[in-house]
Design a binder for this molecule. Structure first.
Ligand code: E4P
Length: 219
């Protein structure tokens, strides 16, 4: 599973990029609003950090307006993916973007049928929100598994982005469920790097090294 970062914070994007693990960025209106910056300027700035897919979401809810907005976003940089909400108007816009060779990420997917429709409309990516499903007592991972089976059975090339990832176990489960991509905050990436036995192992190695060096000096 490829790793995307889910943020509009350039410091976190740069940190993830520097680790060499980053295959893309997703943003949403809430994440951009939190930064208090101009939307297009921020997308442009993110595209200077990475040449990988950067999802930028349209705000309009009417297909014609989504198309106009998405075209402007796509003009910012060649790696911009237009993020579109899963609605009938969104599907019309996805069809238009697909004809214009503009990549799309259909967001707020909560059922396998929504994913199927988005894929058939021409979506490059679909984003099932597993954390938000877990929050209401549903099984987000099971949804990823169902979409994976459906897409494999019918040779659908649309990539599945496991979104709304909340913790490292979600990452492992989404990987095993067959998601192509997982998008997550930097805090989850950082948690994934850690294990208490790694920390205690490093401390012991250094302690032994220093002890041996001292013994050499004293002999
Ligand atoms: C995905 O593209 C969304 O931006 C994101 O994963 C939403 O996550 P949340 O449910 O933590 O807001």
């Amino acid at each position: 599973m490829k790793i995307f970062i889910d943020t509009a914070n350039v410091v976190d994007i740069q940190k993830a990029h520097d680790l060499g693990i980053l295959s893309g960025v997703t943003t949403n209106p809430s994440l951009v609003a939190k930064e208090g910056v101009d939307f297009k300027d921020r997308i442009r700035e993110i595209c200077t950090i990475t040449g990988e897919s950067v999802s930028a979401e349209v705000i309009s809810l009417v297909a014609e307006e989504m198309i106009a907005e998405g075209r402007e976003l796509a003009a910012i940089a060649p790696n911009v993916t237009v993020k579109v909400p899963m609605t009938t108007e969104g599907l019309k816009a996805v069809k238009a973007f697909s004809e214009l060779n503009i990549k799309t990420n259909v967001t707020l997917i909560f059922s396998a049928n929504q994913a199927l429709l988005a894929a058939r409309a021409g979506a490059t990516y679909v984003s099932p929100f597993l954390g938000r499903l877990d929050d209401i007592g549903h099984d987000g991972i099971e949804l990823i598994e169902t979409i994976r089976s459906m897409f494999d059975l019918h040779q659908i090339k649309t990539e599945i982005i496991a979104a709304s990832i909340r913790h490292p176990l979600h990452v492992q489960q989404a990987t095993l469920a067959g998601a192509d991509i997982g998008t997550m905050p930097y805090s989850v990436i950082e948690q994934m790097t850690k294990h208490p036995l790694t920390d205690s192992g490093i401390a012991k190695f250094l302690e032994d090294w220093e002890k041996a060096s001292l013994e050499k000096v004293n002999s």
